[in-house]
Design a protein. Sequence first.
Length: 101
Amino acid sequence: MEKITMTTQDLVKAVSALTGKTQKEIKEVLSGVESVVKGQVAVASKTQSVEVKVFNGLTIVSEYVAPRQARNPQTGETFITEGKNRVKAKIGTGLKEAANA
């Protein structure tokens, strides 16, 4: 199976061609979107999760995961993991339908 990869620069060029805006303008917008999303996912805490709907069909979710007991499979030793924020992406039907069109 062949893999097709689109880099950020490829995305900037494609959006620039589609909208007629300069690549510099598109890159600034994408950089701003990235900064806002990173800032929002950092806000998640024990009492609240954060969802950022990037566009129709893609939502970034950040939620707190409590400390839990885990086991080292090599030694069998158990330990307590640290609590942390977990980030995941939710893929909506719009993207799923586009992938199978």
